[in-house]
Design a protein around this ligand. Structure first.
Ligand code: SF4
Length: 434
């Protein structure tokens, strides 16, 4: 894991370089992406689910946190006023607050971040500011939970909009995973198998609730990121015959396939069906059981888009995130985490052309930061992570001004009962070499 990127002067200059796509694709965009979400996300805070965007059809579990109505003064303020209020609050709070901005976050928010990075880089960055009383995480819910797990006991982690969840993380809830575990335990037993290995080791992607990280901690399992998934799977196979990987089937499949595990040994687990929709025989032959979860943003990328990029830009280098479906990863030149993508671009000779398969805010920022290259998003339909977009500057101003008056709004605190076991799973990951 590399260092998080500090943002000099708290500002990121951005040049948006969107590529327009074919008319059909634009029509699809109109159907699934709503500009209103970017402009006034509060209009969607009251409707069930996460609102318009690629994750519209995703199930939203009971108990998903809902944001209360943002006061009118923040909803009605213009962009310049909000910018000024955020700057003023940040200056007044000084070292008492640290603001973290995820790579996929909108620019109007990222420009105020002290650190920009992926979820794990940011959680670690927060540790470098032990003097900060509040850590404002401009990301989604599981990221704020991880920051709470890794920060000091006296530090408050704040999520500016509670409706900013991750649709993928929500696809694996604690009850469904516990039920799956019970069925697997009945099938495999609890006794170590050949070589003293456990029948199955649970591995959760960082994009999961603290409850699932705790589940892994309690059951000999571990957490992984998209940077270290292969090393973590190796760790798991040293200790177990099989792996239960959740919630992202694509990261699990792409990683295991690259390690030489055949697809037949990777059954999909559908939590709505007995034995996940598999026969006992299939499960007995399994090496990696893949939870039926996915990222709504990354599943939009297709092999057809790669073919089109190659036709339009001969010599283009196609890099996609491993949350993309397997055929897309197979067709790309490379796949890797957000950290990998940005390092690959930084190391490339000037004049390179990149087609990138990840969230649009990050791709646009990379294009702005590297004018020496041509960088564009593989998907001509501009559809950002709709839940990440919930962090409008209005919410950021609201939580910062609350801190100025001593009020901690939208604090995310992992219950003590889950925190210790969740930390155990995270510490196991930290001990694994990337
Ligand atoms: S891009 Fe996908 S995995 Fe990342 S926060 Fe958004 S929905 Fe979740």
């Amino acid at each position: 894991m590399t260092e998080t990127i500090p943002v000099p002067g708290g500002s990121v200059a951005t040049r948006i370089a969107l590529l327009s796509g074919p008319a059909q694709a634009q029509a699809r965009a109109a159907a699934t992406c709503t500009p209103g979400l970017a402009a006034d996300p509060w209009s969607f805070d009251t409707v069930p689910g996460y609102g318009p965007g690629a994750s519209l059809a995703d199930p939203v579990p009971a108990g998903t946190p809902r944001q209360g109505e943002l006061p009118a003064e923040y909803r009605e303020a213009g962009a310049a006023e909000l910018d000024e209020r955020i700057l003023r609050a940040k200056a007044a709070l000084g070292s008492r607050v640290v603001i973290l901005g995820h790579f996929y976050q909108r620019d109007e928010v990222v420009r105020h971040a002290d650190f920009v990075g992926d979820s794990f880089q940011l959680a670690r960055a927060a540790r470098s500011r032990p003097e900060a009383e509040a850590i404002v995480f401009c990301g989604v819910h599981f990221m704020a939970e991880t920051a709470d797990l890794l920060s000091g006991p006296d530090q408050a982690v704040v999520l500016p909009n509670l409706a900013a969840g991750c649709s993928m993380a929500d696809m694996a809830d604690a009850d469904s995973v516990a039920e799956c575990w019970e069925q697997l335990t009945m099938l495999y037993g609890r006794a170590p198998e050949s070589g003293g290995k456990q029948p199955v080791i649970p591995v959760t992607y960082m994009n999961s609730s603290a409850a699932l990280k705790a589940f892994c901690g309690e059951n000999g399992g571990i957490v992984c990121t998209s940077s270290n998934a292969a090393s973590v799977l190796e760790w798991a196979f040293e200790r177990g015959q099989r792996v239960l990987f959740f919630p992202d089937q694509h990261l699990g499949r792409n990683t295991a396939k690259a390690m030489g595990i055949p697809l037949e040994a990777m059954p999909l687990w559908n939590p709505r069906l007995p034995l996940g929709g598999n026969t006992p025989e299939r499960l007995l032959q399994a090496k990696v059981l893949l939870w039926n979860g996915f990222c709504s943003v990354h599943k939009r990328f297709t092999v057809g888009q790669i073919d089109q990029a190659r036709a339009d830009h001969p010599g283009v280098r196609v890099i996609v995130h491993p949350e993309c479906p397997m055929p897309v990863v197979d067709a790309a030149d490379e796949s890797g985490s957000t950290d990998y993508i940005q390092k690959a671009i930084a190391a490339a000779p000037a004049g390179s052309t990149f087609a990138i398969g990840t969230e649009i805010n990050m791709v646009n920022r990379l294009a702005a930061q590297h004018p020496e290259h041509t960088i564009f998003c593989l998907d001509p339909v501009i559809c950002p992570c709709s839940t990440m977009y919930r962090i409008h500057p209005g919410y950021l101003a609201w939580v910062l001004e609350g801190l100025m008056t001593g009020e901690v709004r939208n604090r995310i605190a992992v219950p003590d009962a889950a925190a210790a076991a969740a930390r155990t799973a995270l510490e196991r990951m930290l001990a694994v070499r990337p």
